[in-house]
Design a protein around this ligand. Structure first.
Ligand code: SAH
Length: 318
């Protein structure tokens, strides 16, 4: 999305989708905006390597940008959204080249819409560089497309989390209607659930009212990062598989027959990594034995990679 040139505009702000963590997933536009920034407002789901990239390779003579972490870290409360919006507006009006860096895509459950509205209200030019959303990164980790034509004619992207103000995301009177979504998925749609871990039991139970229990279901944690982990199970066994593997947020749930196309070689190799890594450290039990049948393959649990994340190095001034 490009802001039209407009001489009445005051200041500039860009919303940059950082993708799942690896800088290789960034668009060229995102890299340019990051390296032109004088102020970076960084969410907690943004990988350290992305911030490092913003600090390196800058045009000659370009000052090092200030880096402000505005996400929740180390169990602290997250920075209030209204504060972030006020900061973006004030700094852009003061002449900073503000870049708001968000994990995944800014417009997929990223509150980018609210931020764009706030900036526009103040006449500030807004640019958006889209990023690879974590739902896609999760599918990619398993080697499946959202919409393999043998399995799905579409995808439902949905949040499992109600809004902080108590109102459900999207505005309807109650949270996602899982039986209705399950019925829709049963017609041949892949379900991709963001923010679903806290309410996983309810989501699985609600979907199970309308979707067969043997529908393949996966959870992918830290998709697109070096510490990615995942389980592939069924709707009936997803909750126990997630618990057994110790998966937690941030994670994406994918439910649908498209998971039958998961890259078994990659999953097997990564499952061996799981056995050697976490199991030896006593943090998790090994995945069930491979039996070789298609059903067993798509229903078994497997964990992808177990390398620890790198430490963050950016300055904090929020
Ligand atoms: N704008 C982001 C989503 C933010 S909402 C995007 O496009 O990806 C936060 C939720 O995104 C998390 O609760 C989790 O469900 C998901 N998420 C973000 N990063 C993730 C990752 N690396 N792996 C798996 N899920 C992730």
């Amino acid at each position: 999305m490009n802001a039209r040139p407009d001489t009445t505009r005051k200041g500039h702000c860009a919303l940059v989708g950082a993708g799942p963590g690896d800088p290789e997933w960034l668009t060229l536009k995102a890299v340019r905006l990051l390296q032109q920034a004088t102020l970076l407002l960084v969410d907690d789901l943004v990988g350290d390597a992305i911030v490092a990239l913003a600090l390196q390779g800058r045009p000659t003579g370009s000052p090092t940008p200030r880096v402000v972490n505005v996400g929740k870290r180390g169990g602290c409360r997250s920075t209030p959204q209204a504060f972030i919006e006020r900061l973006m507006v004030a700094e852009a009006l003061a002449g900073e080249r503000v870049v708001r860096v968000k994990g995944g895509d800014p417009f997929v459950f990223g509150r980018g819409g609210e931020e764009v509205q706030a900036l526009r209200r103040h006449g500030i030019a807004v640019d958006v560089a889209h990023g690879i959303t974590s739902g896609l990164a999760a599918a990619s980790a398993l080697g499946v497309p959202w919409t393999h034509r043998d399995h799905a004619h579409g995808t439902i992207i949905v949040t499992g989390h109600a809004r902080d103000d108590g109102r459900p995301a999207g505005g309807p009177a109650s949270g996602p209607d899982w039986p209705t979504l399950g019925a829709a998925a049963a017609t041949g749609l892949t379900l991709v659930v963001y923010m679903g871990m806290a309410a996983l039991d309810g989501i699985a139970a609600g979907l199970a009212l309308t979707l067969p229990g043997d529908t393949p279901a996966a959870a992918v944690m830290n998709a697109g990062r070096t510490d990615a982990r995942a389980v592939i199970a069924t709707l009936a066994t997803l909750v126990s598989a997630v618990r057994e593997a110790g998966l937690a947020s941030p994670a994406i749930l994918i439910i649908g027959s498209v998971l039958r196309e998961a890259d078994q070689n990659a999953v097997r190799e990564l499952a061996l990594g799981y056995t050697r890594g976490l199991c030896q450290e006593g943090l998790a039990s090994p995945p069930p034995q491979e039996t070789g049948t298609r059903a067993a393959r798509s229903h078994r649990s497997a964990t992808l990679q177990s390398r620890p994340p790198t430490g963050r190095t950016t300055a904090r001034s929020a």
